[in-house]
Design a binder for this molecule. Structure first.
Ligand code: PEP
Ligand code: MG
Length: 592
């Protein structure tokens, strides 16, 4: 039966495909398609992994048989029996076989897919004892996966295989294996999201998350349709269900009827045509109708993203979120050489254009890994994140600064500092930048000149710009956090997402004031938060005097189109009226 789930639109476009339910922790396993000729060997890999665990349990059974009740209580023997029973259960073996044979999933993916199916059946059991066996099932699956790690695996298939759109016939016949897959999860960390860059998924849906949560930001940069905050979707959608994601409306349609499929198929094609038209603007200079040149920069997460920045026509990188190099490494941070090579790769990838690298901004919804460290703090967004984290560990910070300065020997590098608020933090930061240079001199290592800029993303910073303008070469407004901290709305919490309002008069005044004061002092001011890439705000930001926008590459052409249709003289008058309004959103809506 068709039903829909409403969430928050994150990344535009329509995706139609089959649901793949994954728990965040299970994303660790590889997801790829095998060739039909590999079916038997993949089934064997699972079987060998399972047999290895069965043998392991048998050995354990033998050894505990010789122990007394103190060392090996009766429950232990019973537990091993349960594990053996689950391992040898037909439902597990047959299910895994189905995913491999009929869907061509690799062995690990097939195993975790079947785990999701069975786990749900356990969840629905009335009997407490049986329901709790889900944990045992998870344990044995982990053990089989571990056992399989030693067994060689075929190479990952190129992504192109799933790139083909399903035909209506595919969809209606429902018997194809060659269709896009939609990932459905309760939550995904930003580090999980990064894996998508190499994955087979054509869209994703999560139960939780806000529109400017970092998970959503990474999703947007992947340019695949996505909906977050679609509550209960991971419970309502079943493994392998057909789903449609409408990334523009934030709607998920489950088990669509033929008519709905046809309608969304049409919408999908319309979207592709519109993108095709936008692509014609690639080489058009970004200049307003009254001749103002507007700088369009890219936000990137990884050095290799420089390629998509260049392909989208960006004239530089306005925000390289360096923290993604630090994530998912189980506490082992990248050393100076590794960072230097990564920054250098981004700089060289930008072919002489400037690259603004932000110093590490971990904390809040960007934990380093899945450690419970951040969860232990009551308000991680107000805690030790970004520059606070860096200043708390000067050796780590100096390592990063040295790597950035060394990369500057290969091209234009700007260093951007996040979350500053106190004059003392500014002074400490500047002293450490100087100290990093001295260290490099002492070691005889080459480095280049850099401009240093500050992010304005806390209201207190926006209200005390004088001290920032004294020390920094440029400012970059982080509207994502500025909105969060001005309105006291957690940007990652979907339950208050309706109150997360970029058009709140307080937010608009802080943004406008920062642009005006910065320009009055002859400093370059950019916006690198999500507002910069949202066409709903292009005209307003131009009217406020903004001439530099930084956004994920996928948005650049759409924003350029708005710029080409704008007259900044007229927009300045209109923006002044918007800023004076108690309810700017109404005036903005009227103009669009
Ligand atoms: C911002 O806060 O607007 C910003 C660009 O930084 P981040 O989203 O990484 O916090
Ligand atoms: Mg920020």
């Amino acid at each position: 039966m068709t039903f829909s789930i409403h969430g928050l639109p994150v990344a535009r476009g329509i995706a139609i495909g089959r649901a793949v339910l994954v728990a965040s922790s299970r994303l660790d396993v590889a997801h790829y398609f095998i060739e039909p000729s590999q079916v038997a060997s993949e089934i064997n890999r699972v079987r060998d992994g399972r047999n290895a665990v069965v043998d392991e349990i048998h050995r354990l059974q033998v050894s505990i048989a010789h122990m007394g009740p103190k060392e090996a209580p009766h429950e232990m023997a019973a537990l091993l029996e349960v594990h053996l029973m689950l391992l040898q259960d037909e439902a597990l073996a047959m299910g895994v076989k189905h995913w491999i044979k009929d869907r061509l999933y690799n062995a690990e993916w097939a195993l975790t897919s079947q785990l999701e199916v069975l786990a749900r059946q356990f969840d629905e059991m009335e009997d407490d004892y049986l329901r709790e066996r889900k944990a045992d099932l998870e344990q044995i699956t982990e053990r089989v996966l571990r056992a399989m790690r030693g067994v060689s695996s075929p190479l990952i298939q190129p992504l192109g295989r799933i790139g083909r759109k399903p035909s209506q016939q595919d969809l209606l016949l429902d018997d194809t294996i060659d269709v896009p897959l939609i990932l459905v999860a309760h939550d995904l960390s930003p580090a999980d999201m990064l894996q998508f860059k190499q994955s087979v998924f054509a869209g994703f849906i999560t139960d939780v998350g806000g529109k400017t949560s970092h998970t959503a930001i990474v999703a947007r940069s992947l340019d695949i349709p996505a909906v977050v905050g679609a509550r209960l979707s991971s419970q309502l959608i079943r493994q392998d269900d057909w789903v449609i994601i409408d990334g523009d409306a934030g709607v998920v349609v489950v088990d669509p009827s033929a008519i709905i499929l046809a309608e969304y198929g049409f919408k999908q094609r319309q979207g592709e045509l519109a993108r095709g038209r936008l692509a014609r603007l690639l080489h058009t200079p970004s200049v307003t109708m009254d001749g103002q040149k507007i700088e369009l920069l890219a936000n990137i997460e990884m050095p290799d993203d420089a390629a998509s920045a260049i392909n989208a026509g960006a004239v530089g990188v306005g925000l390289f979120r360096s923290e993604f190099l630090f994530m998912g490494r189980h506490g082992k941070l990248p050393n100076e050489e590794e960072q230097y090579l990564a920054y250098r790769r981004a700089v060289e990838g930008m072919q002489g254009l400037p690259v603004t690298i932000r110093t590490v901004d971990v904390g809040a919804d960007k934990p380093l890994d899945d450690s419970p460290r951040d969860a232990a703090h009551l308000n991680p967004a107000l805690g030790l994140r970004a520059i606070r984290w860096s200043l708390a560990d000067p050796a780590m910070f100096l390592t990063q600064l040295r790597a950035m300065l060394r990369a500057a020997a290969h091209g234009q590098v700007h260093i951007l500092i996040p979350m500053l608020v106190h004059a003392s933090e500014i002074r400490q930061t500047m002293a450490l930048v100087d100290h990093a240079r001295v260290q490099l001199d002492n070691r005889g290592l080459a480095y280049g000149p850099v401009k240093v800029g500050a992010m304005i993303e806390i209201p207190a910073a926006a209200l005390t710009l004088k001290v920032f303008l004294k020390y920094f070469d440029f400012l970059s407004i982080g509207t994502n956090d500025l909105i969060q901290y001005t309105l006291a709305i957690d940007r990652a919490d979907e339950s208050v997402a309706h109150l997360y309002d970029p058009m709140h008069p307080a937010v608009l005044r802080l943004v406008a004031n920062t642009i005006a004061e910065g320009h009055a002092q002859g400093k370059l001011v950019s916006v690198c938060g999500e507002m910069a890439g949202d066409v709903a705000f292009t005209k307003l930001l131009l009217g406020m005097g903004l001439r530099s926008f930084s956004m994920h590459p996928a948005q650049i052409l759409a924003v350029k189109q708005e710029i080409l249709r704008s007259d900044t003289v007229k927009l300045a008058t209109w923006a002044a009226q918007v800023l004076a309004d108690d309810e700017p959103s109404k005036r903005i809506a009227k103009a669009s």
